[in-house]
Design a protein around this ligand. Structure first.
Ligand SMILES: [Zn+2]
Length: 86
């Protein structure tokens, strides 16, 4: 896993991903926005867990990858800096 290619991770409930139903953690990159809550350690841990999940789906031409657990009603998303083509 290339941590420098991960912009942010999302963890929340299934549905809206604006942040009202969950939380974003940002990687510490030059273009990380001022309002972002930077937490490199949690980005690393979460991204690793998400990207190793067997239910992982790449979306939006590889701009992000997500795992949904419909039983637990959780959604976890990894957003990439450069699209990851699978
Ligand atoms: Zn929302």
């Amino acid at each position: 896993m290339d941590i420098s290619n991960i912009k942010k991770v999302y963890s929340g409930r299934i549905g809206c991903a604006c942040g009202c139903m969950g939380k974003y953690s940002y990687n510490d990159l030059p273009d990380t926005p001022d309002y972002a809550s930077v937490n490199v350690r949690s980005v690393k841990i979460m991204a690793k867990r998400i990207l190793n999940d067997s239910a992982l789906v790449y979306s939006d031409c590889g701009r992000y990858a997500h795992v949904e657990d419909k039983v637990r009603n959780t959604s976890k998303i990894v957003y990439f800096v450069n699209p990851v083509v699978k």
